[in-house]
Design a protein around this ligand. Structure first.
Ligand SMILES: Cc1cc2nc3c(=O)[nH]c(=O)nc-3n(C[C@H](O)[C@H](O)[C@H](O)COP(=O)(O)O)c2cc1C
Length: 436
């Protein structure tokens, strides 16, 4: 290949990433609750030799979401384990929270997935933005952003130690002497930090990848700081090509400052795609989706994704200014919402929310598969991305169009693999296997 190979991750979401997707697809409304829905998407992504599929995790939903969107927030590891059985190569990335799990427990769950899938697991490290999770987990309060990220650094260090607690060559299977594993190759993580104390080896050998791939998607300064220290794959959410270039070069500078190689930290911006066989057809689909969007959903969602409780606000009044005059650091999504509110102090929350659409990112490509291929190459050549996290606006439809019509163009142009040459997620991403 002439340029560096592209990498693609398929974001799985019920009926598609656009909030109106479930209203336009012809499928059984309850289909998103069954394994066949996920299996079909995974198989389509694998048909396109994509690097991975991805399942988000949002602990504790705000109830307004049940009115407007299909609710399918299963445990990602359970779903990905089932998908491991119906796929053979594609990487399986799931989100896991550093605020509402324990390091040993999370290490075990992702290592289980790595074993069951033959080395295809990835962990999207999140600190969980919604304060509603605290009540669900019986906690008195939701830690502030700074504390959450401090804990996250320590959490990841502890998880790595648990994954490394078996030497790669520990299992010897010596039937004659009755020694299954060499105990001297086991090492207690013996991790003692400010937030976590973790002792006890993994209850099974080291995962095939050594460590599942570490993924990070936080966009705030603290989030990028964590990514620079530990992430091997980063899901960014830029709103323009320029923002994408700035994000990636800033991340690379911080990766270098942390003593790591930027070549081994891939950036896959989140990209919602609406495809059509002509541009007019794609535009018509996108228009239909937008027309079905609910203004009620928009303002509630803007609050929820910013980590605020929608039930505590009046949509016909401006957002209270004390939200941004306090000392707590807002999340990246809250910063966007507050900036929009400050720019129009008289506007109601309902009006302001119209400007801050989308969940994980705002980039929405609408056009033909050929135009999408050009768009992807432009971003790669500009240094804004190493590929994309593809969010079909309707699923599996837009993902199938990407796989069957955009991928072949990228292959013809020498930008993308024509078959899997590796069997692990690390292999697909060109990442080294960490030693214990
Ligand atoms: C592609 C993508 C996927 C994400 N998936 C999740 C997720 O599954 N769970 C979650 O709580 N946040 C998810 N996020 C949000 C971020 O990880 C992060 O929690 C949020 O942006 C707030 O942190 P920040 O202020 O550091 O950006 C995702 C973001 C992106 C761009």
């Amino acid at each position: 290949m002439s340029a560096r190979p592209l990498h693609f991750n398929a974001f799985i979401w019920p009926n598609g990433y656009h909030e109106s997707a479930w209203r336009v697809v012809p499928d059984d409304v309850r289909g998103v609750l069954g394994l066949p829905y996920y299996a079909e998407i995974a198989r389509i992504a694998e048909r396109g030799q994509m690097d991975s599929i991805f399942l988000a995790d949002n602990l504790a939903i705000a109830e307004y979401r049940a009115t407007h969107l299909p609710q399918t927030q299963f445990d990602p590891i359970a779903v990905l384990s089932a998908l491991a059985a119906v796929t053979s190569h594609i990487g399986l990335i799931g989100t896991g929270s550093t605020t509402y799990t324990k390091p040993w427990e999370l290490a075990r769950r992702f290592a289980t997935l790595d074993h069951l899938s033959g080395g295809r697991a990835g962990w999207n490290i999140v600190t969980t933005i919604t304060p509603l999770a605290a009540a669900a987990f019986g906690e008195k309060s939701h830690p502030d952003q700074a504390t959450r990220y401090q804990r996250a650094h320590e959490f990841v260090a502890a998880v790595n130690k648990v994954w490394d607690s078996w030497g790669d060559d520990a299992v010897i299977g010596d039937r004659e002497h009755g020694i299954w594993a060499d105990r001297s190759k086991l090492q207690d993580p013996a991790f003692h930090g400010e937030y976590f104390d973790v002792q006890g080896v993994l209850p099974f050998p080291r995962p095939p990848q050594g460590r599942p791939v570490l993924v990070q998607a936080g966009q705030s300064a603290a989030g990028v700081g964590l990514a620079a220290q530990v992430a091997e794959l980063v899901f960014s959410g830029p709103s323009s090509l320029e923002a994408g270039v700035a994000f990636r070069s800033n991340l690379h500078a911080q990766v270098t400052a942390a003593g790591r190689d930027p070549e081994h930290v891939l950036v896959l911006p989140a990209l919602m795609v609406t495809l059509g066989s002509t541009e007019a057809e794609a535009q018509a689909t996108a228009k239909r989706l937008e027309e079905l969007s609910s203004p009620e959903f928009r303002w509630q969602n803007a609050l929820y994704t910013a980590g605020l409780d929608p039930d505590a606000f009046d949509p016909d009044k401006p957002l209270p200014a004390d939200l941004w005059t306090g000392s707590a650091t807002p999340s990246s999504r809250a910063q966007q919402l507050f900036a929009a509110a400050q720019a129009r102090p008289e506007a109601s929350l309902r009006e302001v929310a119209q400007q801050v659409t989308g969940g994980a990112g705002q980039l929405h490509f609408v056009g033909t598969p050929e135009q999408l291929a050009d768009f992807i190459i432009e971003w790669q050549d500009a240094g804004a991305s190493d590929g994309f996290t593809i969010m079909g606006s309707t699923l599996p439809y837009d993902l199938a169009a990407f796989v069957d019509h955009t991928v072949p163009i990228l292959q013809q142009r020498g930008r993308y693999r024509t078959e899997y040459t590796e069997s692990t997620l690390r292999g697909h991403l060109g990442l080294d296997r960490p030693t214990a």
